[in-house]
Structures are given as structure tokens and as C-alpha cells.
Design a protein around this ligand. Sequence first.
Ligand code: ZN
Length: 483
Amino acid sequence: MTLALYNTLTRRVEPFAPLAPPRVTLYTCGPTVWNFAHIGNFRTFLFEDLLRRYLEYSAYQVFHIMNLTDVDDRTIKAAASAGKRLDEHTAPFVRAFYEDRDYLRIRPAHVYPRATESVPAMVQLVERLLQRGVAYKGDDGSIYFAIAKFPTYGRLSRLDTRELKVGARVASDEYGKDDPRDFALWKRAEPVDDQVGAAWDAPFGRGRPGWHLECSAMSLEQVGRCCHTQTLDIHAGGVDLIFPHHEDEIAQAEAATGQPFARYWLHGEFLNVRGTKMSKRFGNFLTARDLRDQGVDAAAVRLLFWQTHYRKPLDFTDEALSAAGQGVKRLGEFHERLVRAAGAAGAAGDGKGPLAVLTTQFESQFRAALDDDLNAPQACAALFNFVHDGHGALDTRAPGAPGAPGAPGALGALERAMAVLDILPTPRPADPAFERSIIERVAARDKARQAKDFSAADRIRAELKAQGVEIEDGAAGTTWRRV
Ligand SMILES: [Zn+2]
């Protein structure tokens, strides 16, 4: 079986085949850095992380572009009300986004183009659209895209463009349009834009880019620079971006290049908090840093998100998060046990046996689940069956048998799966003084055992247990771990 993905463009799960394998070009709409990103935004970024990691697991070479929207209506408004220049206002939120990304173990994109640093590409794109006659200057001095000149408009969102016309509201600042459906590519500079440093000179007038234009220009510029193409393999984002954002991105890019803009469109569903849509008003507005400050292990957040398919809404509750935390802990214990068993097994330990059979079964189930449109809930179910049955196989090995046959193979499979899911518990920070004291006590116990003073040895074991340390005597000596 090979990877198949649900393509919003065709409304079908399709076999995935990139244009120039093994390369995959991936563009994901990034955060608007007017404020902290909330966990709903991060659900989208985590689904994209799963996609990216699974492509890499499947031996594709991914070139991942994520933009930062550092100029748009919201950033300008927020900067103006804080009495700051645009870059002064957005800089701390850019830093916060990177910190939150690292906390949540999201693999960094290869490039993070910023809108404010990509203005020349946007100006060029507008010029091309003007030359091709699909853009025009409105009575208000802004530049608009003429939807009537792009007959396939609405293909992604399957909107009936006639309905769109009836339903369209003419925004007060966009009174200069020929057709109410048309959208702004370039907005004429207002005094507030100049005040915060968000206006640029262009041959068609001083102004600033529209949000949709930013993504088209940045993706075309980056994918052209890296891979000499004008067609992305995958474009992804949240479902709320399908219309109008992605529809408009397609119109701008395809009208300019005459090439398909993206071959696969993937969209992640919403996140609700305790049953309702997240909002500041309901007091359920959560950011990634709120979770980090509460001491939540990012592994638990990731597992919680993997347990719902990316195309289904996810309900975020404290109970679900704490259950995911328990799952992560169980997984960590199994991983540690495999590490010890694999160490004891040595080079000769990777033989056949029940654990080897379970490992093969797990890997094929894991792959089949993720090949099927990134079915992470099913991949997690296979993983936790492996944990359960793997413990069983380790428990039932013959007493006194050297090592655990199959343990190195099982460990390898688990770690390969972790390269995709990345849900092992975050290691506790090392405490050298504590570790020294434990090593001393373990050595004292070894001495007592050698002198056959088993009551002293048992006393030390109990004493260590009280400190949260478990010890295990194996062929390679005594090992200890914090529980
Ligand atoms: Zn975008």
C-alpha cells in the first residue's frame, strides 16, 4: 500500500504522487503574528507536522515552506493601538511562535518567509496580473483581482459564484471594485499604514499587500528558488482557509503562471475546547504557552491530537489531556524496558520469537494506518496494542534466558514510529547531585549482595523506592530509573 491523501480539490482520497519524487514541496499557511497563536492554530500546525514527518518516514525529501503573516489588517490595527511600529509589535510574537513550535516538538520548516520581507515578489505578481488583464485599479486606488476573468474561480471551495455575488458584502474600504466578488490584491496606503511602517511604493501606487496575495507570492517565490517549479505538491492549512483565502491564492497564482498552483490541498478540522468553539469571551481561549506554563508535557498534547483524525473536529478537555498524559507515561515505561532489554540482549539478541512477530505486525499496521490519509488514531491504537502485547512477551520469556530475543528490533520499530508521532515523555531535567547519591547507594547495595547480606540489600532497595527510584538486576549489572 502507498500513501493516499484526501484532496480537497477533488473531494477524494487519492494516491499521493509528487511531481519530482523523492522531492515533495509543501507550503503551509503560517501564523499571523499579531498575537500569540492559540491551540486551535497549533492543531493545524501539528497536523501539518504529522504530514511532514510521515512523508519523511516514507523516504520523501520534503521542502517545507511556512510563511509568517507580519502585515495584514490585524497586525496593523494591533500595532497602531499599541502605539508601535509594525516590526516592533510583531517581533515578540514571532519569537513566541518559534518557542511554542519547539515546545510542541514541531519540526521547523526549511524556510519562514515573512510578508514584509517579500514585498518585491508581491509587487511583481500584481504587475503580472495587471499585464494579463485579470487585475485592475479600482476607483479607490487599490488593485483588485477580476474574478470574472478567471473562469475556474470557486473550484476548490465549490462555491457557486452566482450565489457568491448575491451574498457578497461590499466592505466600506473597498468601494472602488467593479464587481462585489472581486478581492483586493494591493490596498492603497491609508495614513495608519504609513504611521506603523506598513506601506510600500509600487509602480501602481503606494500601498500594502492583501493577505491572499502574500501567500501566493511567497509560495511561488520560495518554490521557484528551491525547486525551479511554479507548482506545489501540497498546500495545507485549516478548513477555515478554504474560502476565500485558498481560493484566492489559486486564482492569483494560476492567472499569473498558467500552471496548476498546488496538486494536493489538505485541510485540518477545528478544535473545540470543552465542547465549544474557543473564544476569549467563553474563557476557554488557550495558547500553547498556557499549557507549557501549567507543566503539561508536549507529548501528551501531541498524543491527544493524534487520537482524533485530522479531518474530524477535536474536543480538547482536561480529562482527555490527562488520559493522554497516562498513555504517554505507559509508552515511556515500555520504551525504557525495551532499551534495557535490548542492551542486555546484545548483538545476538535480535532473533526470532514472539516479540519479533509483534514488531513486524506493529510496523505493518502503523504504516497501513498512516498510508490511509494519515489515520493517526488507528496508528496509535496499533502502537498501544504493541505496548500491551510487548510487555506480555517480555514477561513470559524463559526465566534466566539471556537477554530478550527481538528486543533490539522492537526498540528500532518503536523509535522509527516516534520519528513520526514523537510522543515519548519529556525527560526530567538531570539532577547531578541526586544521580550521584543514587549511584552510591546502588554500589552499596551491590556490595551487600556480594557479601550475601540480603537484608541490607533489601533495605537499600526500599530506601531507593521511597525516593522514586526503581532498580533492576540484570546480566550487565544493576540499572536504575526514576518512576
Ligand atoms: Zn496562506
